[in-house]
Design a protein around this ligand. Structure first.
Ligand code: DAH
Length: 341
């Protein structure tokens, strides 16, 4: 009966366990693992057959020793089966994620970037040129009071020049006292009131008039205002500044001229034109020596200081520079038009 000694059975259990463990390790997928598991749990599987053979051992102690060994081997195999099935489940999930994943990255050959509108480009170039001439930039509100837009600029309530500047009034405050500014000139007054001379300022911005849009007019457009206040400023300084600006902005082949004109806020007043290389004159804007009443409105003593001012439309300059036929094109937001510049 040596066949059923504790030693021989222990060795046989150990061998059967090792065989089962390596079989588990060698399974390739979940279904072969399931098949193996069924095999190992069969009544007549090598390990299970030891349960009945145990009865042949003579002593209770021997039976207990072999029984413990058998239980340990059985649970070790159960744990190995469980671990292996978790491994398969994990790799199945990983494979599925891999299979179903979407590549959402996109490779763009060139970056699509916008650029500034031609009126913004013109404004920035104007600012650069005037900063080069020693000017500072100021801004004022688009919604103005009657005082700044007219009154302080020497245009009292009854002044006929007001009719040139028809605009929208806001239902705010006293009737007809708050309006959309018709020019950038009111910023002159705001600058005079808040800065101290010497003042060398330019003031770009959006302005509004009750105009019907056509090829050369828009009810909303842009102007740039210039203001110089210092001691001993004369008309010669004005003419020299306009000429320097013309050459710096348009090129040295351009020149400028002043023609007598009238504006309520300047005295004397002039219209300024620039001449292209081909000899054609283009009207650009208005200018003049700041009227003493305007200096007084701005809190500056006309006995101590004098100055000049100028103002012109930015949109028309951009239109001229880029040879745009119809100014309305610049504001219809058609990308085919805008992308050209
Ligand atoms: N504000 C005037 C306009 O919109 C333009 C202008 C003329 C501005 C003469 C000035 C100036 O500063 O001196 O028509």
């Amino acid at each position: 009966m040596s066949e059923y000694s504790v030693e021989s059975m222990s060795a046989a259990i150990e061998t059967a366990k090792e065989a089962a463990m390596s079989a588990i390790k060698n399974t390739a997928d979940l279904s072969s693992l399931r098949a193996l598991s069924a095999e190992l749990n069969k009544k007549d599987s090598p390990l299970n057959s030891f349960k009945s053979e145990m009865g042949n051992l003579s002593s209770v102690d021997d039976k207990r020793a072999v029984g413990q060994l058998l239980n340990a081997a059985t649970s070790e195999i159960a744990v190995a089966l469980e671990d292996r099935s978790i491994e398969f489940a994990d790799s199945e999930i990983a494979a599925r994620i891999e299979r179903e994943s979407l590549d959402l990255t996109e490779l763009l050959v060139s970056r699509r970037r916008g650029h500034s509108h031609i009126v913004t480009q013109a404004t920035q170039r104007l600012e650069d040129v005037f900063i080069g001439l020693g000017f500072q930039i100021a801004e004022g509100p688009e919604v103005e009071t009657d005082f700044y837009n007219f009154e302080a600029l020497n245009m009292p309530k009854s002044h006929p020049a007001r009719s040139e500047f028809d605009t929208m009034f806001l239902e705010y405050g006293e009737t007809n006292s708050i309006l959309l500014r018709t020019h950038t000139s009111p910023v002159q007054i705001r600058v005079m009131k808040s800065w101290k001379p010497p003042i060398y300022a330019i003031m770009p911005g959006r302005v509004f008039r009750r105009d019907t849009p056509d090829a050369t007019h828009m009810p909303v457009f842009h102007q740039i205002e210039g203001l110089v206040i210092d001691r001993g400023i004369t008309f010669a300084h004005l003419a020299g500044t306009i000429e320097s600006f013309t050459k710096a902005f348009f090129g040295s082949e351009f020149t400028s001229r002043l023609r007598p004109s009238f504006f309520p806020f300047t005295e004397p007043s002039a219209e300024f034109d620039i001449r292209r290389a081909d000899g054609e004159w283009i009207e650009l804007g208005g200018c003049g020596m700041v009227h003493p009443n305007v200096l007084t409105s701005g809190g500056i003593d006309p006995e101590e200081f004098s100055g000049f001012a100028f103002g012109f439309g930015i949109d028309r300059m951009a239109k001229e520079r880029h040879k745009v036929e119809d100014i309305r094109e610049m504001y219809t937001n058609d990308l085919r038009f805008l992308r050209q510049f």
